[in-house]
Each structure stands twice: as structure tokens, then as C-alpha cells.
Design a protein around this ligand. Structure first.
Ligand code: HEC
Length: 514
């Protein structure tokens, strides 16, 4: 409620003589808010960045007329917390640009709708905030576009494809931000940006009759030639002071994109805005993703109906770091994600908690200040998926077993914290430790194959082997054993009786691994 509202309330209190805390709330409700003084400031500040022409949101909220038209819906979605969209929280830190309405603001909108949405004095409407049409970060220094549209078919499996955009950059540049605008937002699931100075991407592109090419994606969100990325619902952000991506002279921009088909033929022409700085960076940065590779090494295998399938990961920092942003990725079954940092002194801080994962809002969350994470800090991550029928985003009805995979209907899941080493020479040590961390996941997965899956597979093989038990004595002799297994016969024949019992064959995988 603005100053006018408070004044009105005070007058009301004095007039009625109801002075006291208990009556304060009651009295406030009596003042009918109007559009010009009470509603417009809330909407212009919290909604219009997205709800204006040329942005992804469904309708414009720029005038009394177009806001009144959706008044009831506005009251409903602000009451439920669906709008403004914001999915990150932290008990210990603030993020820049946090979106959210106060309880009083939500009530003002509800009261306004209830009292018939009066306009008030139209002369008192605040001016609309200034926006650069089409660009969230203002006018880019360089705007480039895909040369030709890529036709995205109506139906089929998800498409992963890379596109080359020549930049014609004559000197090495420092990049502060990249803003991505999909041409067909319905089907673009994510885009990773990187550069190529070898000309190889151009060759691959030339070889394929349709725009772009398959199979050069690096998959790693912050590889050496990365320029960041974008996913559904993401907004571009400037890197903090002292940091920049390097973009060498003559580099081509590569967009590694993932399309999820919509049921309608679409044509994608992406537009990219690049923001440069003249200041060479003083620091370096890296991404710590947990679990690594979007969970590819974590044996994600979610049975149908399970509402809290959980994967956890821990990583101890080898060097002093300062964290500046967080991001998260999962598909439709994602439910909640949390990352904490337990400092060497035992204190635990909550870096991020996403309580209600929403696939459509994959934003990057920047801390308002650097978060200091000394060497020896342990990061703990927890990702939870809901594969029950109660998850309204579940793409399968009834729910099905879902495993890690590249299709949008498969799952992934991880949190990423972006950090700068306090001492820039520590970057190599951090990267080595991250490599080791990923290798540990990889080895753990190899040595303990997915229990259900591998056992089921082997049992099928054993059943097949017993089909060649010609004399039917329930044991497999050297003559009966298939050729591919004959060399290992001695190892599997535990009791050395020259025949393989069912029990000996069941145990074969663990014997052979040794
Ligand atoms: C960051 C961008 C963004 C901001 C800020 C934002 N919206 Fe939205 N809004 C969207 C998008 C995108 C959709 C479409 C969502 C969808 O279809 O799932 C949407 C949908 C809506 C809808 C339609 C909901 C429905 O059920 O059809 C309403 C009403 C709405 N927003 C109101 C608001 C109000 C009121 C605010 C400010 C308090 C606000 N929005 C702030 C992006 C935004």
C-alpha cells in the first residue's frame, strides 16, 4: 500500500476512533485501492518486463484497459504464487532480481478486483518503466541471426542439432553476456553457446543439406570454448565485475540446440545478442555441477509411482572459492533440489533450495554478493523426482519407468554452482578435482551395474544357456557351454566338478569381474 493508502487508513482510524493494533488490519481492508495509485505501480514493477509486446508472456499489462481485462486472473495467479514466476530460495543468501509480491501487494490486487476494479485518477498512473524493445539487457553490441530457418517437424523424437553463425570478429573480444531469443519458443528446450575457430563446424554444416549439423555438442555447460547457455524460461545475465568469456578473433558462434517437438511444424531462426566489454577479465571462473553430467553417471532409474526418487552427491572443495550464481536442470519429473555448503568450521549454509521445480523456468540465479567457500567446504546436493500420477507435469499417464536420457521424456537432474577461485592459479586444481569427481561416479556406476537391469539381463542369458543342457541333468558341461563362455569355464566352475550348476552360473558375473 502506498503513502496515500496509509494516509487514508489513518484518517479512517481517527474518524472511527478505532485506534489499536487489532483494528488496523480491518481498517486497511476498508480502503478500496484504485488502479492509478495502487495497482499500476505493482504491475508495472513486477509484471510488465515480461507481459509486454515481444516477450514470451501471453498478454500485455501496460494500461488500465488491458490489466482490467485480466483482473480476476491476475488476482488468482498472484494469490496462488504462480506469478510472478520465481522458484529459488535460500535461507542464507539473497539473489539479484528476486521476483515476488509482498502479502500486502497480493491483498491490494485482490481488494481491487473485489471492489470492481476502479480506475482512480488517471493522471496519477506512474510512467511505464523504460525497456529496450526485444532485449532484456538493453541494446546488444552485436546482434546475429541464424542464416536460414531450420524446419522442426511436428512429431518424432527430440532433435539435437548444432548451428554455425559467423561473427566476423576482427579482434579478440571479451563477452559479458549473451542473450538468446528462440524464433519458435514452443520447441526450443535449450541452447548452449560456444565458439569454433577451427572451421570444422562450417565444414560439418556444409556437408548437411539442411541447416546445421549433428554431433559436435560438447555437452559440458562450461567447457573451454563455452559462452554460457540458455534454457526454457532463462534470462540473460551479465557476468560479475572482473569476469568475461573470451571470444577469439575470427571465431564462429555455435549454438548446440535441443528441440522438443510440439505437434506442429515449426521453423527455428534464433537471434543472439552479444554484450562486450573493453575490460580484460582479472579473474577466471568454472562451473561445479552436482551430480556431474546432468546426472548421466548417477544411475537415475525412477520406478513408476515413486513420488520422491532421490539422488545425492557431495564434493569437497580443494581450493578457496567464491560462488556467484546457481542454476538447475531437470525435466518434467523434477520436484525439488537443494545444495548446501558445510564450511570447515562446521556451519552449514543453504546455497539454493528449489521447492517446486518447474520445467518452464530454468533460470540462472545470481547471488547478490559473492559467497565465500573456503577450501575444505563440502557441497551437498540432493535432487528429487516425482514419478507419481499426482505430478501434474508427468508426461506419462499412467506413470512409466523413466531413466536418464536425452529425450525430454527421459530424466536428467543436477544443480550447478558457478565459482571463481580466490586465486586464479587454483583453477587447474579445481578442474582436476572435478575431473576426479566425475571419474569416481563413472567407476562406481561401472563396478556396480544397475542392479535390477543387469541382473535381469544376466538371468535371461543363463536361461538361454540352459536351453543347450542337452542331457537335461540341470548342469552345463564343457560340451554344452556356448563358445563365448568356454574360456571362462574354469573360473565359473567353483567346485571344480567339470560342470556348471545354475548357482555357479548365477554368480558368474561377479567371478568374472575379479
Ligand atoms: C519473468 C517473466 C514474467 C513475469 C515477471 C510475470 N509473468 Fe505472468 N506469465 C509469464 C509467462 C511466460 C506466462 C505463460 C505461462 C504458461 O503458459 O505457463 C505467464 C502467464 C501469466 C498469466 C496467465 C495464467 C494462466 O493461467 O493463463 C497471468 C494472469 C499472469 N502471467 C500474470 C502475471 C502477473 C500479475 C505478474 C506480476 C505480478 C506476472 N504475470 C509476472 C511470464 C511472466
Amino acid at each position: 500500500m502506498g503513502a496515500v493508502g496509509v494516509l487514508l487508513t489513518m484518517r479512517y482510524l481517527i474518524l472511527t476512533g478505532m485506534v489499536g493494533f487489532a483494528s488496523l488490519g480491518l481498517a486497511e481492508e476498508r480502503v478500496a485501492p484504485n488502479f492509478s495509485e495502487h495497482v499500476a505501480p505493482i504491475i508495472f514493477q513486477n509484471c510488465t518486463t515480461c507481459h509486454r509486446k515481444g516477450e514470451g508472456a501471453p498478454f500485455e499489462f501496460t494500461s488500465y484497459e488491458n490489466i482490467r481485462k485480466r483482473g480476476k486472473l491476475i488476482a488468482r495467479v498472484t494469490e496462488s504464487g504462480f506469478m510472478p514466476p520465481w522458484h529459488a530460495s535460500s535461507k542464507d543468501f539473497k539473489f539479484t532480481g528476486e521476483r515476488g509480491l509482498t502479502k500486502a501487494q497480493v491483498e491490494t490486487l485482490a481488494d481491487w478486483v473485489e471492489s470492481g476494479m476502479p480506475e482512480g485518477d488517471s493522471g496519477k498512473v506512474p510512467p511505464l518503466p523504460k525497456y529496450t524493445p526485444g532485449w532484456k539487457l538493453g541494446k546488444p553490441d552485436l546482434i546475429v541471426k541464424m542464416k536460414e530457418p531450420f524446419p522442426v517437424p511436428a512429431a518424432g523424437r527430440d532433435i539435437y542439432r548444432s548451428f554455425v553463425i559467423p561473427l566476423d570478429i576482427r579482434e579478440t573480444k571479451w563477452v559479458k553476456a549473451v542473450e538468446f531469443k528462440p524464433g519458435a519458443p514452443e520447441v526450443v528446450h535449450h541452447a548452449l553457446f560456444r565458439y569454433d575457430t577451427t572451421g570444422r563446424a562450417r565444414q560439418l554444416d556444409a556437408r548437411s543439406p539442411t541447416p546445421g549439423f549433428r554431433g559436435m555438442g560438447e555437452g559440458n555447460a562450461l567447457g573451454p570454448r563455452s559462452l554460457g547457455g540458455w534454457a526454457v524460461g532463462g534470462s540473460a545475465r551479465f557476468l560479475p565485475d572482473g569476469l568475461a568469456y573470451r571470444l577469439p578473433r575470427g571465431a564462429d558462434l555455435i549454438l548446440d540446440m535441443h528441440f522438443h517437438l510440439s505437434g506442429k511444424l515449426e521453423k527455428e531462426i534464433s537471434t543472439v545478442g552479444i554484450y562486450f566489454t573493453d575490460e580484460p577479465p582479472t579473474d577466471v571462473f568454472a562451473a561445479i555441477q552436482m551430480p556431474p553430467r546432468f546426472g548421466a553417471l548417477s544411475r537415475v532409474d525412477i520406478p513408476p509411482g515413486v513420488k520422491d526418487y532421490t539422488v545425492e552427491d557431495s564434493f569437497v572443495l580443494p581450493v578457496d572459492l567464491e560462488a556467484f550464481s546457481m542454476s538447475a536442470h531437470a525435466h518434467y519429473l523434477g520436484k525439488s533440489m537443494r545444495m548446501t555448503a558445510t564450511l570447515p568450521n562446521g556451519k552449514t549454509l543453504e546455497l539454493i533450495h528449489i521447492r517446486d521445480w518447474d520445467f518452464t523456468w530454468q533460470e540462472e540465479y545470481n547471488f547478490s554478493d559473492f559467497v565465500s567457500l573456503p577450501r575444505g567446504t563440502r557441497l551437498d546436493t540432493r535432487v528429487v523426482w516425482d514419478n507419481s500420477a499426482n505430478n501434474p507435469s508427468n508426461p506419462h499417464n499412467p506413470p512409466r519407468r523413466v531413466r536418464w536420457g536425452l529425450q525430454s521424456t527421459d530424466e536428467m537432474g543436477s544443480l550447478t554452482v558457478t565459482v571463481k577461485p580466490k586465486n586464479r592459479r587454483d583453477l587447474a586444481a579445481l578442474q582436476a578435482a572435478l575431473g576426479q569427481h566425475a571419474r569416481e561416479h563413472y567407476n562406481a556406476r561401472r563396478n556396480r551395474p544397475e542392479p535390477g537391469r543387469a541382473r535381469g539381463l544376466w538371468q535371461g542369458i543363463v536361461a538361454n544357456i540352459f536351453k543347450s543342457d542337452k542331457d537335461g541333468n540341470g548342469k552345463i558341461s564343457r560340451e554344452e557351454v556356448p563358445e563365448w563362455l568356454s574360456r571362462s569355464f574354469g573360473k565359473i566352475d567353483l567346485d571344480g566338478d567339470g560342470e556348471l550348476s545354475r548357482d555357479e552360473l548365477d554368480k558368474a558375473p561377479s567371478r568374472l569381474r575379479r
